[in-house]
Design a protein around this ligand. Structure first.
Ligand code: CR6
Length: 816
């Protein structure tokens, strides 16, 4: 294996001239739409730009593929049921070195790149942080020059579109492929077949027990590849998304459209509702489908490049990453391919599998660690079930006499009629990582402590990261320019350089520029808010932002109680600085409590925004359909970042990192990556509050949390909570009651009321610092400078060297 570093071609950010850009655009429009720039619609210009971009990277894409296999590079495959890239036009332009030129060339033609880019639908093949992280890693793998590819599902309908009707969340289908996707390439010839159901008989074939499948359903998996373009380095990797089709030999079996649907629906929707049996079954099918298709294609490629006789070397050339438990079946499927397909001895196959696989855990919430009923699993995947049972049997037998029976029982894969997917992933991998220091520590000491005792060397931490390119260079171009002006543009290639920004801590001109940039971003967002909701907000107010999925542990409820308290104060003549509280959050369709929270927040927004007594001092805005594109508008305009989960519950969080990079100050519990943000910026540059991990666990261990006592003894708290049921908030009696009951339930898991007082104190401090704009700007500057610590490129460097053992692609960037 070679290990030559990709050299960054140069620090010139423009790899094409505006004249050439305009010429290419005109010729694309002429060729594809027979029209001139003046005649073209935004959609047509977008299509022409996308086509230019594809021309721009197609050579790089081909050359990367050739370089990777010809030079014997190890390749990593990131298996994830979610990828949330958002839109790709601007990020591809940026990474190709065309973004500034594109803006300028289009402006010359009287066009605005932002308006044209807005035509692109978000590729929303994920729900939240997990999917966004997977997309960030794709960008970073290419940008750092590693051979790393994604493997997932091509959902025809992405994450639903959230609409509010009467304040309630309604879900509408998100038909993102309606206009056809501009980036994907269908690779018919790489299709493979995936089998479900039926029966398996093991027959003796020349001394080898071989499965014979009978009566199963065969689904054809067709890959759609999307190029993941590296930043200024000539590399383009592949995100491979699988679609389900009828197998050619089965055409006659499914003559009607309805019959075909049964097969094709496998990849119709993201995360089918798993509150019922059919939803769960479909999800299990989806998981096996992309696992099996992905691994088959990897094994086929390996054999093509290195020969079947070299399968023993598989882990030298291939790393497979299991992103959360959804692809945990990779362990059993690779065993199936090696043992059944290539007649490899079980023990040898097992060593290869373990060396190939690695697993990231993204949560300590038990309900999110998947378990499948044996009945469902064995019916859908009979051969895989045999293999899982055998892995489990050998695991238990191998520990017999070495550790206590209790430990074996607790850690088994198959028990009590269920298959524990996290256990399968851990037992079958050489590496298990959490996504922030505290989270990894909790995995080791609490959630997976038995496994940590058994395999201490497997455990490691990889704190999450974000694509700074997208969140600063694309979403906040004026901030990017200020960084260029102060510290030079090296930070665009090596984020460590951003630390130099701290030297401008006392520089009045820089602080003023920072304030102006933030204000301009807030003015823009104010316009978006007005257009979307009709609510008028003052850009001079504190923009207080909580954007993340809606979940009890994330405690949008605590923010809500704070809003109620502010409202009550203002009504009583107690003054506060002007504040706009901005929420963005999607609730899972079957998550009743989360939907009740949405309704109550919307009702409170109606109340507060329309109460003349408040005189516009407080506004509450819940923006519909939070997604990557909306995040790009909200985050650069945020003053305050709300990271207020119950300590221990948020594995890492990543909106905390994006907001920090855009200069928002964080109000935070010491949970997930918030702790590392505090380490990076110092305790003077963050508003930390709330119960710590030990206090939380003490409550849990002693069952000693009695919120009613707090409620009875703290009149301020009582008043805010009572507002939920005393008629203060119109039109949400039952939802208000549901929240009230939840808060007061003995030993309520999320400890909302327990943190209320500390949260108010932290917010008081926020108000105090806000009165001192220079200090606020200084704190903001420190946050921006230290966001380099959360650059996903660095996270990927650590995955690559410490888990996957990758080297960089040898590549002549100049010729790309
Ligand atoms: N919800 C964690 O909860 C973390 C991301 C990415 C989550 C969040 O704290 O930042 O993963 N977990 O690691 C899961 O999705 C299971 C998330 O997005």
């Amino acid at each position: 294996m070679k290990s030559t570093k990709v050299s960054v071609s140069n620090k010139n950010l423009r790899e094409i001239s505006p004249e050439e850009f305009k010429e290419r655009l005109a010729s694309k429009l002429d060729r594809h739409f027979e029209e001139s720039v003046e005649e073209a619609s935004k959609e047509d210009i977008f299509a022409a730009l996308a086509s230019m971009v594809r021309d721009g990277y197609s050579g790089k894409w081909r050359r990367t593929r050739i370089a990777e296999s010809a030079n014997g590079h190890k390749q990593a495959y990131y298996f994830s049921i979610e990828f949330l890239p958002g839109t790709l036009l601007k990020s591809n332009l940026l990474n190709l070195g065309w973004l500034d030129t594109a803006k300028e060339a289009l402006a010359d033609l009287g066009l605005d790149l932002d308006e044209i880019a807005a035509v692109e639908p978000d590729m929303a093949l994920g729900n939240g942080g997990l999917g966004r992280l997977a997309a960030a890693f794709m960008d970073s793998l290419a940008s750092t020059g590693y051979a790393g590819n994604g493997n997932g599902l091509r959902y025809k309908y992405g994450l639903f579109k959230q609409k509010f009707v009467n304040g309630y969340q309604k879900e509408l289908p998100n038909d993102w492929l309606k206009q056809g996707d501009y980036w994907e390439v269908r690779r018919e010839s790489k299709s493979v077949l995936v089998k479900f159901g039926g029966r398996v008989n093991m027959v003796d074939d020349h001394g080898w027990m071989t499965p014979q499948y009978e009566g199963c359903t065969v689904v054809r998996a067709v890959p759609y590849d999307v190029a993941m373009v590296g930043y200024h380095n000539g590399v383009a990797n592949t995100l491979r998304l699988w679609d389900a089709e009828i197998a050619p030999e089965d055409e006659l079996k499914y003559p009607s459209i309805a019959d075909r649907r049964k097969i094709e629906d496998l990849t119709s929707i993201l995360y089918p509702d798993d509150s019922n049996y059919d939803g769960r079954l479909l999800r299990l099918k989806q998981e096996y489908f992309f696992v099996s298709a992905g691994l088959q294609s990897i094994v086929n490629n390996f054999i093509k490049d290195y020969g079947e006789e070299n399968l023993a070397d598989f882990p030298k050339y291939v790393a497979v990453h299991i992103n959360d438990t959804h692809p945990a079946m990779c362990v059993a499927e690779l065993m199936r391919l090696l043992v059944d397909g290539h007649r490899m001895d079980w023990d040898e196959a097992w060593e290869i599998t373990k060396e190939t696989m690695s697993y990231t855990n993204h949560t300590i919430m038990a309900e999110a660690m998947e378990k499948w009923d044996v009945g469902m699993f064995s019916q859908l995947l009979p051969r895989l079930f045999d293999i899982v049972k055998e892995i489990d049997r050998r695991y238990a037998a191998g520990l017999e006499g070495k550790v206590s029976g209790d430990v074996i029982e607790r850690t088994r894969i198959v028990k009590n009629g269920q298959i524990h997917m996290a256990h399968l992933a851990i037992i079958g991998s050489h590496s298990v990582n959490g996504v922030a220091a505290l989270h990894t520590q909790l995995l080791e000491t609490e959630v997976l402590s038995d496994f940590y005792q058994l395999y201490p060397d497997r455990f490691n931490n990889k704190t999450n990261g974000i694509t700074l390119r997208r969140w600063i260079q694309i979403a906040n171009p004026d901030l990017a320019k200020l960084l260029d002006k102060t510290i030079g543009n090296d930070w665009r290639f090596d984020s460590k350089e951003m630390l130099k920004f701290e030297k401008f801590y006392h520089d009045t001109a820089t602080l003023t520029s920072l304030q102006q940039i933030k204000l301009a971003n807030k003015q823009k967002l104010a316009k978006v808010i007005k257009d979307k909701t009709g609510v008028v907000v003052d850009p001079e107010a504190i923009f207080d932002v909580q954007v993340k999925r809606l979940h009890a542990y994330k405690r949008q409820t605590l923010k809500l109680l704070h809003v109620l308290k502010l409202y009550q104060d203002l009504k009583a003549g107690i003054d506060h600085p002007k504040r706009v509280v901005i929420f963005g959050a999607i609730a899972a369709p079957s998550y009743v409590f989360a939907k009740q929270v949405i309704k109550v927040i919307n009702a409170v927004a109606d109340l507060v925004n329309n109460d003349p007594d408040i005189k516009g001092k407080l506004k509450v805005v819940f923006l519909e359909n939070y997604n990557v594109s909306l995040a790009e508008q909200i985050i650069p305009a945020a003053d305050l970042s709300e990271q207020i989960s119950t300590t221990t519950k948020e594995a890492s969080g990543t909106s905390n990192m994006k907001l920090m990079a855009n200069g928002a100050l964080t109000v935070a519990t010491m949970d997930g990556a918030n702790i590392e943000i505090k380490d990076a910026v110092g305790s003077d540059n963050i508003f930390a509050f709330g119960l710590d991990k030990d206090e939380v666990y003490t409550y849990y261990a002693n069952h000693s949390y009695h919120p009613r006592d707090l409620y009875e003894s703290d009149p301020v708290l009582k008043k805010a909570v009572d507002a939920l049921i005393d008629g203060t908030i119109p039109n949400c009696a039952s939802e208000g009651r549901a929240l009230y009951d939840a808060f007061l339930k003995d030993n309520e898991e999320f400890l909302v009321l327990a943190d209320f007082e500390a949260y108010l104190k932290a917010q008081k401090l926020v108000e105090k610092v806000w009165q001192n704009p220079r200090q606020w700007a200084q704190m903001s500057l420190v946050n921006i400078a230290h966001s380099e610590r959360f650059d996903a490129d660095k996270t990927i460097e650590r995955y690559a060297s410490e888990i996957w053992n990758l080297d960089k692609v040898e590549f002549d960037a100049e010729k790309a």
